[in-house]
Design a protein around this ligand. Sequence first.
Ligand SMILES: [Zn+2]
Length: 324
Amino acid sequence: MTPERAGELSMLISQRTFYLNSIPNGLPIQGIRISGKYGMRMHPVLDKRTMHYGIDFKADKGTPIYATADGAVEFAGYNKQSGFGKLIILQHGFGFKTYYAHLNDIKIKSGQFVSKGQLIGLSGNTGRSTGPHLHYEIRHLFRPVDPAPFVAWDMSNFDSLFSTVKGIEWASLKDVPAKPNAANGKAITIIAEGNKFSGDMSIVGRMHIDGMFEGNISSLDNISIGKNGHIRGVVKANQISVCGLVEGEVWCDELEIDRGGKVFATVTSKVMAIHPEGNFVGERKMKEVNTAEPLPHMESGIEAIDSLPDKVTLNSDDEQLSKA
Ligand SMILES: [Zn+2]
């Protein structure tokens, strides 16, 4: 495979990954079976023919429920009027929303950002429900759509969704650049100075961190860490620049340690630049194939670094301190 070809493929994968993170896909729950499909049916409680706007997953009370795409929590609480009982509504990219109803427990709060695969609640039997199950809906611009093709959608059948699901202007989606252009937007500060975030976060655009972040953070674009920023965990991005402190693991194409920046980490990066007043203690690795969950877009350039050694270890004056 030529490097050009590898680059092409990884671009395709990164585009797909972007859409698969933004638009609901996959199972929200490992249910026992699907006990109700989308469409007209006899309502089990009201005893008349009604439209069923979601999929019902029969599941024992307390079964974990996961966000099916990145998004923000529009509603999380008891919703008496709808009959949905304890309900979560998530807003996703491109006008999609997901509804998770009849929950026993809610693990997130409205206003919070969630990432695909994040635990958001536990299934239950609250509201107008005849037995423990998850009622799952997908809406696009306020209109319910059949979740079934979205549940079946993944990397392997990526293109199928666009021909299966009618009534959505998919053609125009193809014109949306999958990767926001770093040049035409400022980084969004996701953690301000003095604030602390613990957990995992996966975001598409540029990010700037001035506070404390503990956990795994990834972006398809660039991440900058301000002089008061501190990441303890795993950070993955296209380019990472550090004026503050990073402890843990770094995955990127380009790492820049700026004046005053400190990186105490295992760094997997193609390019690494350290300011004379920057600090790096740790091990530098070249990209490896069998690593735990590398972001697909990071595969680019594997061919290009074949001639470089597998591992490069850089030492700095602080190494003795960190070992002490
Ligand atoms: Zn239902």
